[in-house]
Design a protein. Structure first.
Length: 201
């Protein structure tokens, strides 16, 4: 009896294979959900950093009485490394420009960004687009999505709307239209962005 009881410890090969197959099945089901959560976190984190950066730029221009021009960084399209999404050029002391530039968020390698126009900030903290030729164009839109085809993106693209000239910034989700975006280019200006499609919080 003692000899028989010693051989009853442990699992058989069939039991181990059964447990491994169940765990693999559960993992294959949960992996897409986990990936979607990670992607949502990346986009939300970038959007929050971008809003904080724009608010800082507005405060610094008022504080030091300078004007700033914020342009997208087109050089980052040359490789897939995370880099600052914008370039900053401010009038006045270079130290102030450097302070604003240090707050520019980095665009993750899995994210793409479209901006409706360059952003200019006056010494009073007002925001306007240099390409505004009519009074109806009163918004700047920033569109952020996963790299690739947005139709396969289960997480809706994020967006920011900047009211001009007040500089009020709102974030939300972008409602995709029949117009398609060229998502092979990581960071660029786009003339098809529509502020009415950014459903703000």
């Amino acid at each position: 009896m003692k000899f028989a009881s010693k051989n009853n410890f442990g699992f058989s090969l069939i039991e181990l294979l059964f447990v491994v197959s169940i765990l693999s099945f559960i993992g294959s089901i949960s992996l897409p959900s986990v990936q979607n959560l990670i992607n949502k976190y990346k986009k939300d984190s970038y959007i929050n950093e971008l809003v904080s950066f724009l608010e800082l730029a507005k405060r610094e221009t008022r504080r030091y009485g300078m004007s700033c021009k914020i342009l997208i960084n087109e050089e980052m399209n040359l490789d897939d490394k995370s880099k600052e999404a914008f370039e900053v050029s401010c009038s006045g002391n270079n130290d102030y420009t450097k302070k604003v530039y240090l707050m520019v968020p980095k665009l993750d390698v899995n994210l793409i960004q479209k901006v409706s126009g360059e952003i200019n900030i006056t010494p009073r903290g007002q925001i306007f687009r240099s390409d505004d030729n009519n009074s109806d164009s009163t918004f700047t839109v920033v569109f952020v999505s996963l790299k690739g085809d947005y139709s396969r993106d289960q997480i809706y693209p994020s967006c920011i709307v900047i009211n001009q000239p007040s500089g009020v910034i709102s974030s939300g989700k972008y409602e995709i239209s029949s117009q398609s975006f060229e998502l092979d280019i990581k960071n660029e200006y786009s003339n098809i962005l529509d502020e009415s499609r950014c459903q703000t919080n």
